[in-house]
Design a binder for this molecule. Structure first.
Ligand code: ASP
Ligand code: MG
Length: 406
């Protein structure tokens, strides 16, 4: 007997037939004698629709009420899935976040899980019951409904798997695993059998949308065995594992991209102590996330340019902040460019191989693609390029690193 958490994404529970199909997948695990927790997302499109309604009612809304509204999507699928299971003879009960309870902090809109009470669910296992737990929601210390940030059902599933000591956490989605690159753009992308937590974390945070970043982080810290697999086809998916479980490392395991960045350059800022703090302090006070940063050496020791990227969602706010500090940091002009994409090559093999960056720069230069900003970490190299070259760059890099399927 094993203890399994199964998470189903929005398209997997997108209509009544699909919910019935999911019930069949849950029944298959239950019939093996396993203890099963199921975590559904809201039906696809529902959360976006709820967010639109909130904005229509109140653009600058109270985030406590935002959470009350957005948490309803998962309440619907959770109840319907419990019914679908009962219809095929599987004893099942739905659980909302507060009923489990899934305790969170009170950062409404992107709350973090502080702890999960497992007693209720475990006692129902003894009765052979399947627990259907609403994803994406919890309860704050003040007893209010919280939500875990977009894509947060992944985190619900991983946190439950960790708290329950589950043997496996299966993330069922509309793709059959994690690919070397987005298969909609790179036709020769290959499905990975295994990927390390660290690589998955970089892939998720650099734009691959298959798992929520926070969920991967939690799985890595808690040692949860994650599998990303298709809800529609019975195929082995991609296992997210520790590094020592992968024998043969590719230098680069995957290529991710994010169109979610905008480039900002402060032209002619003073080259003196305190300027960076004077720029990035106010941005961070305004909750603007800054990603890549480059500062040039000044030719004359007096003025230089500072270039960085911010998330597109923070772009307007960032510009307002920068206009507000024009006098204090005294820059000459503001150069703005939202039409950029960040392309990242990722692989733990980079730690032990030289020349990985050169391959990237050469491949891009052969296609005549100009690199605007570069940043690196131990297992990742990212470049910022013009958005119009996204497809060309991804395909060229995929070939250059020998990732193309035969
Ligand atoms: N329904 C939520 C969202 O769309 C949570 C999730 O799907 O994971 O963000
Ligand atoms: Mg998702």
């Amino acid at each position: 007997m094993a203890r399994i958490v199964q998470k189903f994404g929005g398209t997997s529970v997108g209509d009544m037939d699909r919910i019935r199909h999911v019930a069949g997948l849950v029944k298959a695990e239950h019939d093996k004698g396993n203890e099963v927790v199921v975590v559904p997302s809201a039906m696809s499109g529902i959360t976006n629709g709820l967010v639109d309604k909130i904005h229509a009612m109140s653009p600058l809304h109270d985030t406590r009420e935002y959470d009350v509204v957005v948490a309803t999507g998962e309440q619907v699928t959770c109840g319907l899935l419990a019914l679908a299971l009962q219809n095929i003879g599987v004893p099942a009960r739905s659980w909302l976040g507060w009923q489990v309870p899934i305790n969170t902090d009170d950062v409404h809109g992107k709350a973090r899980i502080a702890g999960i009470g497992t007693e209720n669910i475990v006692s129902r296992f003894a009765e052979g019951q399947v627990a259907v737990v609403a994803g994406f929601q919890g309860i704050s210390p003040r007893g209010r409904i919280t939500s875990l940030g977009r894509g947060g059902s992944d985190t619900t599933a991983v946190a439950l798997a960790a708290a329950l000591g589950a043997d496996r956490c299966d993330i069922f989605t509309d793709v059959d695993g994690v690919y070397t690159a987005d298969p909609r753009i790179v036709a020769k992308a290959r499905k990975l059998d295994k990927i390390t937590y660290e690589e998955m974390l970089e892939m998720a945070s650099q734009g691959a949308k298959v798992l929520q970043t926070r969920a991967v982080e939690l799985a890595m810290n808690m040692g949860v065995r994650l599998q990303v697999r298709s809800a529609f086809e019975d195929l082995p998916g991609t296992l997210v594992v520790d590094e020592d479980e992968i024998v043969e490392h590719q230098v680069v395991s995957g290529i991710a991209y994010s169109r979610d960045e905008a480039k900002v350059t402060l032209v002619g800022v003073a080259d003196e102590p305190g300027i960076a703090a004077g720029i990035f302090g106010p941005l961070s006070d305004a909750s603007v996330n800054v990603d890549m940063i480059v500062q040039n050496v000044s030719a004359d020791g007096k003025r230089t340019d500072m270039t960085f990227t911010v998330g597109k969602a923070d772009y307007a706010r960032a510009v307002a902040v920068l206009e507000g500090i024009r006098d204090t940091v005294s820059y000459r002009s503001l150069d703005l460019n939202p039409d950029v994409v960040k392309v990242s090559v990722i692989g733990v093999g980079m730690r032990s191989h030289a020349g990985v960056a050169t391959i990237m720069f050469q491949a891009l230069s052969e296609k005549g693609i100009n690199i605007q900003v570069i940043s690196t970490s131990e297992i990742k190299i990212s470049v910022l390029i013009a958005e119009e070259y996204t497809e060309l760059a991804l395909r060229a890099l995929h070939s250059a690193y020998g990732l193309d399927a035969d």
